[in-house]
Design a protein around this ligand. Structure first.
Ligand SMILES: C[S@@+](CC[C@H](N)C(=O)[O-])C[C@H]1O[C@@H](n2cnc3c(N)ncnc32)[C@H](O)[C@@H]1O
Length: 258
């Protein structure tokens, strides 16, 4: 099977969760598409913007319920590009931030199919912002690191230790499985009272935010049932959060004793 010369694949970011935080161009792509292959973190509200004839294909991977491997997803994009001229691959956040978007783009391009990238707003920045936490602030933090808490093989990223040794704000995606081990690192290299926030379902109606310290956040998260998908923010910028954004599971705040 080969794709026609008119075939075009768009690989777009759907933004962090709030359906209004998608780009104008990605929204146009949803309306344009004949088929949309979408992930678990894409807000279903966005799919209502697709044409009634559009074929919607769920290719999400969630912990404990992986339906397709990455290889199968790559193949599915190509298979659909051979049947349809307008194919949209829609991914949560930004496709190139821990999204394996570049692998998908390369796989499709290597088969002679044109691919356009539409960036998205990543949860790495949007979730902290929605909780009132600036990832940088003059006089507080000069840089921020975005790190995965878990590598594809299920192990721990060694970059976490380097980040913990720095003075940067640290934003950790996919870190809930190893939360206690990650916090132990920060307690060792910074201190037990290092400020930490966790934002679950950031920017959505279900957003929950908890604040604590490296020494206390694991227990607080357990008590409030905070789990994935969540962004963990470590550093003094957490103290800048305003209580009005701490909508659920409030554990006020940095003054929490460890
Ligand atoms: C496979 S990564 C994809 C990241 C995505 N490409 C991005 O730019 O936001 C999935 C992880 O992103 C984070 N994440 C995505 N959406 C989120 C949200 N609305 N709130 C909190 N964390 C989110 C979680 O850490 C989740 O486990």
């Amino acid at each position: 099977m080969t794709a026609s010369t008119a075939t075009h694949v768009i690989l777009a970011g759907a933004g962090p969760g709030d359906p209004e935080l998608i780009t104008v161009r990605a929204l146009k792509a949803i309306k344009w598409a004949e088929v949309i292959l979408y992930d678990a973190l894409v807000n279903p509200e966005l799919l209502k913007e697709a044409s009634p004839e559009c074929k919607l294909v769920y290719v999400g991977k969630r912990k404990g319920q992986q339906e397709y491997s990455q290889d199968e997803i790559n193949q599915l994009i190509v298979i659909h590009a051979c049947r349809y001229d307008k194919v949209l691959r829609l991914k949560g956040g930004d496709p190139f931030v821990f999204g394996r978007g570049h692998e998908e783009m390369t796989f499709v391009k290597e088969r002679g199919i044109s691919v356009e990238i539409i960036p998205g707003i990543s949860s790495a920045i949007a979730a902290p912002a929605a909780a009132g936490i600036p990832v940088t602030k003059r006089g507080v933090s000069e840089s921020f690191w975005v790190i995965t808490g878990m590598l594809a093989n299920g192990s721990f990223s060694s970059d976490l230790e380097l980040a913990a040794r720095s003075s940067a704000s640290v934003v950790i995606l996919m870190g809930m499985t190893h939360l206690n081990a990650i916090m132990k690192l920060f307690a060792e290299h910074r201190s037990l009272s290092e400020p930490v926030a966790i934002i679950q379902h950031g920017t959505t109606q279900q957003q929950s935010v908890i604040c604590g310290t490296a020494g206390s956040i694991g227990e607080i998260a357990g008590r409030h049932g905070i789990g994935s998908p969540a962004v963990i923010v470590v550093g003094n910028v957490v103290k800048e959060a305003t209580t009005s954004e701490i909508v659920h599971a409030v554990e006020v705040k940095m003054k929490v004793a460890v």
